[in-house]
Design a protein around this ligand. Structure first.
Ligand SMILES: [Zn+2]
Length: 265
């Protein structure tokens, strides 16, 4: 079991070819390898070098960085890489302290295929949490890297600046499910997400292991519909009220979301 120890990188093998790195601040990074090269998916937000950690502990193969979305906890270490793949729609979210050079950002779009020797990732639009959120399909290892798009076992944060209305999010999820199925995604695939809770949960009983997948995506779309149609109401979360709007929490089956009332349309 991956250590929850604060303040350092740790890692474990998720399956042969995919290593999960945890940055000690609740952020997940993945190294997805072929025999000749490797993708790095997201960067976490530690102060010390991610590339040094990968070189010392995981692989010396050439590294290609792909970013699921522009939040700091996924982009903080982009400047360590020669270039990075990310949707340009999320450029505005990347904070200055990531020191991102956008002349080295390669824009990605729905159904793009990002190739390295022996492996590729199919891009699937997954907007909602951010406008440029993507899922990345690794058809060889049967893995969907989805950042924060569909939750990481706990709540998906839809209350942040830049998150969409729930109707837009719902349509995005339903379209992503169709595209994923078209590319062969089914219940046998794993869905490594951007944080920690999905596999092991947290000591707090609210955060039990809750692996994302197509079922959770369907239930998240249904949660959006139920909120829009006023079939369910969320619970006010005063401790989450950091961005000027009251934040609510709502659940349906495996799906769990934080949102604000102005997004319920
Ligand atoms: Zn995020």
């Amino acid at each position: 079991m991956l250590s929850l120890e604060k303040g350092k990188y740790t890692h474990e093998t998720l399956l042969p070819g995919i290593t999960w790195i945890y940055d000690g601040i609740n952020d997940s990074i993945y190294v997805d390898e072929s025999d000749e090269a490797a993708f790095v998916i997201d960067t976490g937000m530690r102060d010390e070098s991610l590339v040094d950690y990968i070189r010392r502990n995981i692989t010396d193969k050439p590294l290609t960085l792909v970013i699921t979305h522009g939040h700091l906890d996924h982009t903080m270490r982009v400047s360590e890489f020669d270039c990075f793949y990310m949707s340009a729609k999320d450029d505005f979210l990347v904070p200055e302290k990531a020191h991102a050079d956008f002349s080295k950002r390669i824009d990605i779009h729905e159904r793009d295929v990002i190739r390295i020797p022996g492996l590729d990732l199919v891009v699937v639009d997954s907007a909602g949490h951010t406008p440029g959120s993507v899922s990345l399909l690794d058809r060889k290892h049967k893995a969907v890297f989805h950042g924060d798009a569909f939750s990481n076992g706990a709540n998906v944060w839809m209350q942040l600046p830049g998150c969409s209305d729930l109707s837009v999010y719902r349509q995005s999820i339903l379209k992503a499910i169709d595209t994923m199925r078209e590319f062969g995604v089914d219940d046998s695939w794993i869905f490594p997400g951007g944080h920690y809770e999905q596999k092991y949960g947290f000591p707090d009983p609210k955060y039990q292991p809750n692996e994302p997948g197509l079922l959770l995506m369907e239930q998240m779309a249904e949660l959006c519909r139920k909120l829009i149609d006023r079939e369910i109401e969320g619970e006010f979360m005063p401790e989450m009220d950091r961005f000027g709007d009251r934040v609510y929490s709502a659940r349906y089956e495996k799906a769990w979301m934080l949102y604000t009332l102005k997004q319920v349309k």
